[in-house]
Write a protein that binds this ligand. Structure first.
Ligand code: SAM
Ligand code: SF4
Length: 344
């Protein structure tokens, strides 16, 4: 393969553009597959996690992320598993914050279950993090326990309060679950909008084997939207955070509500992102199995040239889109890996 030194590239050649002319400007990085929760739609209770030796070190994660930034990525989201349970994770945030300082990166952000936010909120602010996504599906402590199996709602609430007090902008993400939290969306809207937070509802995606049956949990957001519009005035707005959510403004609260609908609405045509796992595997699409190994080229040389070439080659294979299905006959997920591997 022809390897071009990154320094020798013109600015245009440094950009990552896929075969469908989509510029890849957003990298999501799963820094661990481990988690202190066991959400029913995400993991089974007894998960086998990757051996620690397979993980990229924090220094290696910094190198890969920085190579992407050199290639024009403007937004990094740190996710997991639960990113804030990885040991010494603040080192990575601090290291990556240099790209905010240099202007190479627009945004460094994180998706978390909130369990460690009380501990880390102010350090995240110090690292230049401005917005944080917190996943919370219910405000009912018993239901919260039932959904997360191991989580404590009080601890997450404390994290939310601390993060808001530290000046972080929060967006809450809730997975819409039939028969579980579908009666709570009004409460969640009020809770978020009273505190100046956006709320995004997400459809369950068929990723990875779990203990239960996803065909029972799946709640189409088109139906949720229809129901909400009986009580709230929803106005479509052009707001875009670089993610796949479509937003409405709720007249009564003035706040924003987003819908992420991978199952009912294909958002692939504007996809600008790729996902890196904690072992250095790059997935070009959340809904496809094709992947590229970046760990070998990363470790092959102290120079970033093999890594840069591997990234460019991977982007040249980014597929046009995905077609998720929940197979009602076999109940098998359409993609075998768990969301905690690719980080949502
Ligand atoms: N642990 C962190 C958290 O919960 O925010 C970050 C990783 S988690 C995998 C990222 C997001 O994916 C969460 O909002 C979670 O609710 C969502 N998620 C996990 N499994 C999902 C599934 N099968 N379908 C839809 N969303 C899922
Ligand atoms: Fe953990 Fe997040 Fe998956 Fe829940 S959704 S089990 S918090 S990784």
């Amino acid at each position: 393969m022809n390897v071009v030194s990154p320094d020798a590239m013109t600015p245009a050649a440094r950009r990552l553009v896929d075969p469908f002319q989509r510029a890849v400007t957003y990298l999501r990085v799963s820094v661990t597959d481990r988690c202190d929760f066991r959400c029913v739609y995400c993991m089974s209770e007894n998960m086998t996690f990757l051996p620690k030796k397979d993980l990229l070190t924090l220094e290696e994660l910094d190198r890969v992320c920085s190579a992407f930034v050199d290639l024009g990525v403007r937004k990094l989201r740190i996710t997991g598993g639960e990113p804030l349970v990885r040991r010494n994770i603040m080192w990575l945030f601090k290291a990556l914050s240099r790209h905010l300082g240099s202007g190479a990166l627009d945004e460094l952000t994180v998706t978390t279950n909130g369990s460690q936010l009380a501990r880390f909120a102010s350090e995240l602010v110090d690292c230049g993090v401005k917005r944080v996504n917190v996943s919370i599906d219910t405000l009912d402590a018993d239901k919260f326990k039932a959904i997360t199996r191991w989580g404590s709602l009080d601890k997450v609430m404390e994290g939310i309060d601390t993060a808001l007090a530290a000046g972080l902008s929060l967006k809450l993400n809730a997975v819409a679950l039939k028969g579980v939290n579908e009666d709570e969306f009004d409460t969640l809207i009020k809770f978020c909008h009273d505190r100046g937070m956006d709320l995004t509802l997400i459809e369950t995606m068929p990723l990875g084997e779990i203990d239960g049956d996803r065909t029972d949990q799946y709640l189409p957001l088109s139906q949720v939207r229809e129901d909400l519009s009986q009580r709230w005035s929803l106005e479509d707005i052009d707001y875009n955070t670089g993610g796949p959510a479509r937003y409405v403004r709720i007249g009564e609260t003035g706040g924003r509500l987003g819908f992420i609908t991978p199952m009912t609405h294909n958002f692939c045509e504007s996809c600008n992102r790729v996902r890196l796992t904690c072992t250095g595997t790059l997935y070009m699409c959340l809904g496809q199995e094709d992947a590229a190994d970046l760990r070998a080229p990363l470790r092959a040389s102290e120079s970033n040239e093999p890594l840069t070439a591997a990234i460019q080659e991977a982007i040249s294979r980014k597929p046009k889109g995905h077609d998720f299905i929940i197979d009602r006959t076999t109940k098998r997920p359409s993609v075998g890996r768990h969301m905690s591997v690719t980080g949502g």
